[in-house]
Design a protein around this ligand. Structure first.
Ligand code: ADP
Ligand code: MG
Length: 258
């Protein structure tokens, strides 16, 4: 498989390590080679949109970066540190990586505020008042301040997903992974979630975003990584990807979605 390595302009990171680095990562599910020797370096502050047909390994890529899935070969570093495969150190380092899924997974029997303060208090051992103040600030930032005493079921899908983003941010992650964060939403709610993601990108968060929202990719992405059959097939800037994809797989993919 040919890999296009035109590459996006990467900011000068000086001596700092890439925020995310995958080297020779392989992952199998039985005989299925789901991640096929992935090499990927993501500098601090970069927003990478991951595209590819269903089953190409996008979710697995996100899950391995967060160590929700073990890998079979290679190495993954976040901010220069190799994530161990298990143990206490993993739990701590995992909080460096926030993840937002298609399903919001809020705690149904906790209020919105409690959803956002729970992990900072339990895992980060934050003082309750401090966690609460921080959560209120984050909820305001995602436009949910008034709903803080409600329960998840009382909120719309778009609101719940914004709470899920606030909940991730409450752990002060260095990186945010989004796996199809708007795919389960009614169309009229997609933009309110994308807007929060765009502002997060502008604030300099390092982000990996799996999405079919091409508007977001064009507007907010510094880079597009296109996957097929577990491999990175193209890795370039959004403009080049959308106007002049170099592989047949990407041309075929764009032909179906655009
Ligand atoms: P994508 O997110 O691009 O649609 P996934 O990463 O979810 O792709 O899946 C990649 C491939 O791995 C698919 O063929 C999928 O069926 C398979 N797969 C994903 N998770 C598992 C699992 N837990 N066990 C077995 N196969 C899996
Ligand atoms: Mg997926």
């Amino acid at each position: 498989m040919t890999v296009s390595q035109t590459g996006p302009a990467t900011p000068d990171t000086g001596q700092a390590p890439p925020m995310i680095s995958l080297r020779g990562v392989d992952k199998y599910f039985g005989d299925l080679h789901v991640l096929d020797h992935i090499d990927l370096e993501i500098p601090r502050g970069q927003v990478v949109v991951v595209l590819g047909p269903s089953g190409s390994g996008k979710s697995t890529l996100c899950r391995t970066i967060n160590r929700l899935e073990p890998i079979d070969a290679g190495e993954i570093r976040v901010d220069g540190t190799v994530l161990p495969s298990e143990g206490k150190e993993l739990a701590r380092l995992r909080t460096d990586v926030g993840m937002v899924f298609q399903s919001f997974n809020l705690f149904a029997h906790k209020t919105i505020l409690e959803n956002v303060t729970l992990a900072p208090i339990k895992v980060r051992k934050k003082d309750k008042a401090e966690a609460r103040a921080n959560a209120e600030q984050l909820l305001a930032r995602v436009g949910i301040a008034e709903q803080k005493d409600k329960y998840p079921a009382q909120l719309s899908g778009g609101q719940q997903q914004r709470v899920a983003i606030a909940r991730s941010l409450a752990m002060e992650p260095k990186v945010m992974l989004f796996d199809e964060p708007t795919s389960a939403l009614d169309p009229e709610m997609v933009n309110e979630v994308l807007d929060v993601m765009v502002s997060l990108a502008k604030e300099g968060m390092t982000m990996v975003v799996v999405t079919h929202e091409m508007g977001f990719a064009r507007k907010a992405a510094d880079r597009v990584v296109f996957m097929a059959d577990g491999a990175v097939v193209e890795d370039t800037d959004p403009e080049s990807f959308f106007t002049a994809p170099s592989s047949d797989r990407a041309k075929d993919f764009l032909g179906k979605i655009l």
